[in-house]
Design a protein around this ligand. Structure first.
Ligand code: UDP
Ligand code: MG
Length: 320
């Protein structure tokens, strides 16, 4: 029987095609949670997986009462999957963790202890050691956090989405009107009392990364445009610099004309046209990102649709 009272802890796990790692994950997570001695639920958000993830989850649910499955109708992305899970989780504390065992489940106990001891609302899991990540991942991640901090984002360097939050924090984050919110940036902006727990980022236990370059780029663009409009000012500075250069070129052209060298200059013309063309396109692109963000938020379309929540199906249907 799934406990009807609100559990103390909800573990929210986004999963997209994780059939390879799921058995290892369950095997490692369950003893950790059972030993913590608190009432818990595990909310697995199946982000529209096309492999055996859904079937496996149903199977595990048979002998793990605290396991709850929320399935999204279509693949909606890591951030949307986490938000979906948080919106449905019932715990006083909620922790989000990846399914691939890169975030060690053992740290959850430490997070809960820290939260209670220090009376804070958010406990960030901070990667103190990422030596097992690929060089590409590490460099791009480092660049990401540096740029974000420069743009004024608060929050710890190297804090991903492994974090524990109080219910008040989750309610506050979910109430933000933003579409495509990037949780690792939205949570620190609240400024709620927080603490950190360090951990070693492990290697993905099985399967492939579900974060191709295209998804990484989307996350980066959502992060930048969600945090700051500094890039728009950047475009203004570009425009001003272009104006100064244009003025110098104009002077040069007049002087050439007056001194009788007006035929030459084909190369410089081409260069100037292409440089300015590039500037303009870049500025238009930056502008477009923000207009696009406004457009998306005006449309206010849901970021995901729930197909199924095991908590809401009757006991009679449980066996499928
Ligand atoms: N994930 C998801 N939806 C997606 C992509 C990823 O729910 O569209 C989940 C994935 O199953 C995993 C977590 O998000 O639990 C992090 O993804 P992954 O480990 O592939 O990313 P990486 O660690 O390589 O950045
Ligand atoms: Mg991973």
């Amino acid at each position: 029987m799934l406990v009807d009272v609100r559990p103390e802890l909800s573990v929210v796990v986004p999963m997209f095609n994780e059939e390879d790692v799921l058995p290892l994950f369950v095997e490692r997570l369950r003893p950790v949670l059972d030993e913590m001695g608190v009432a818990y639920e595990v909310v697995c958000v199946d982000d529209g997986s096309a492999d055996a993830t859904a079937v496996l989850l149903q199977r595990y649910r048979r002998d793990w009462d605290q396991l709850r499955v929320v399935r999204l109708r279509a693949n909606s992305g890591h951030q949307a999957a986490i938000s979906a899970g948080l919106a449905r989780a019932r715990g006083d504390w909620m922790v989000t963790i990846d399914a691939d065992l890169q975030d060690p489940p053992e740290v959850i106990a430490e997070m809960l202890e820290t939260g209670k001891r220090e009376h804070v609302d958010v406990i960030y899991g901070v990667r103190t050691d990422r030596s097992t990540d690929t060089r590409f991942k590490r460099t791009t991640a480092e660049g990401f956090y540096k740029v974000m901090n420069k743009l004024g984002a608060q929050g710890a360097m190297n804090a991903g989405d492994f974090r524990m939050m109080s219910r008040a924090t989750v309610d506050a984050v979910l109430a933000l009107p933003e579409q495509n919110r990037v949780l690792r940036l939205a949570v620190p902006t609240l400024g709620f009392p927080s603490s950190e727990v360090g951990y070693k980022r492990e290697q993905r236990a099985a399967g492939e990364s579900k974060y191709p370059l295209s998804k990484m780029l989307k996350l980066t663009l959502d992060s930048i445009t969600g945090v700051s409009h500094a890039p728009l000012r950047f475009a203004t500075w570009f425009g001003l610099a272009g104006f100064v250069i244009a003025f110098a070129v104009m002077l040069f052209a007049i002087i050439s004309k007056l001194s009788g060298h007006s035929i030459t200059g084909w190369a410089s013309t081409i260069v100037i046209i292409s440089v300015f063309g590039a500037f303009q396109l870049l500025c238009l692109g930056i502008l477009g990102e923000y207009v696009g963000r406004m457009y998306t938020s005006l449309q206010a379309r849901p970021t995901h649709y729930i197909a199924y929540d095991s908590l809401e199906t009757s006991e009679a249907n449980r066996e499928f």
